[in-house]
Design a protein around this ligand. Structure first.
Ligand SMILES: CSCCC(=O)C(=O)O
Ligand SMILES: [Fe+2]
Length: 192
């Protein structure tokens, strides 16, 4: 964690979700809303959040380079999610929102637009993380999660990866996968 050396000016927003079946692109707050800080988010999910990494404003590029180097993110590309830019849009949007895990970290730096990453906390409750330009989110391997666009229907993000990318989602249940077991063991360690 970089909290000691890097203090976000922008705190980022995350909250526990309601269980309504309304449009997935709405905010889905509980009543009353229950927000969670990024520090808490890390403790209950292992998700890491950095903000204000902005190529246009030339902000915190050195931090990004440091993270890339330390974590060996050797691959990068860009992904635009919109009806116009994403081939098989409807199908992709559906599969992004299907609860799944990966055998590797999911690393996204938002360049334009916005959306929500939902992650399961250690009590298996959904937390919704809002992402906007400059936000870097690192979703650990083995955590159940999903992604949705918001009502603006547009996001452009950089994706990073260690080595040759594997984007394969393993839909829940995937409890027997080694990466899942390792993730749970790591979370137990964080709590201790
Ligand atoms: C913000 S990137 C779009 C979503 C995505 O890449 C994913 O869910 O894997
Ligand atoms: Fe994913």
């Amino acid at each position: 964690m970089y909290f000691n050396v890097y203090r976000n000016k922008k705190m980022g927003r995350a909250w526990y979700m309601d269980d309504s079946t309304e449009d997935q692109r709405l905010e889905h707050h509980r009543n009353p809303p229950k927000f969670i800080s990024m520090r808490e988010l890390y403790k209950v999910s292992g998700v890491e959040y950095f903000s204000e990494i902005n190529f246009i404003l030339n902000e915190n590029i050195d931090l990004l380079e440091k993270i890339k180097k330390e974590r060996n993110y050797t691959y990068e590309d860009e992904l635009t999610c919109s009806k116009e830019c994403l081939p098989n849009y409807e199908e992709k949007i559906k599969s992004f929102f299907q609860e799944h895990l990966h055998t590797d970290e999911e690393i996204r730096l938002v360049l334009q637009g916005s959306g929500y990453f939902d992650v399961r906390d250690t009590n298996d409750e959904w937390i919704r993380i809002e992402v906007t330009p400059g936000d870097l989110l690192i979703i650990p391997k083995g955590i159940y999660h999903r992604f949705t666009l918001d009502m603006n229907n547009f996001i452009k993000a950089k994706r990073y990866f260690v080595g040759e990318p594997v984007w394969t989602p393993h839909n829940r249940p995937a409890d027997e996968m080694p990466c899942r077991k390792q993730y749970l063991a790591k979370m137990n360690g964080l709590k201790a």
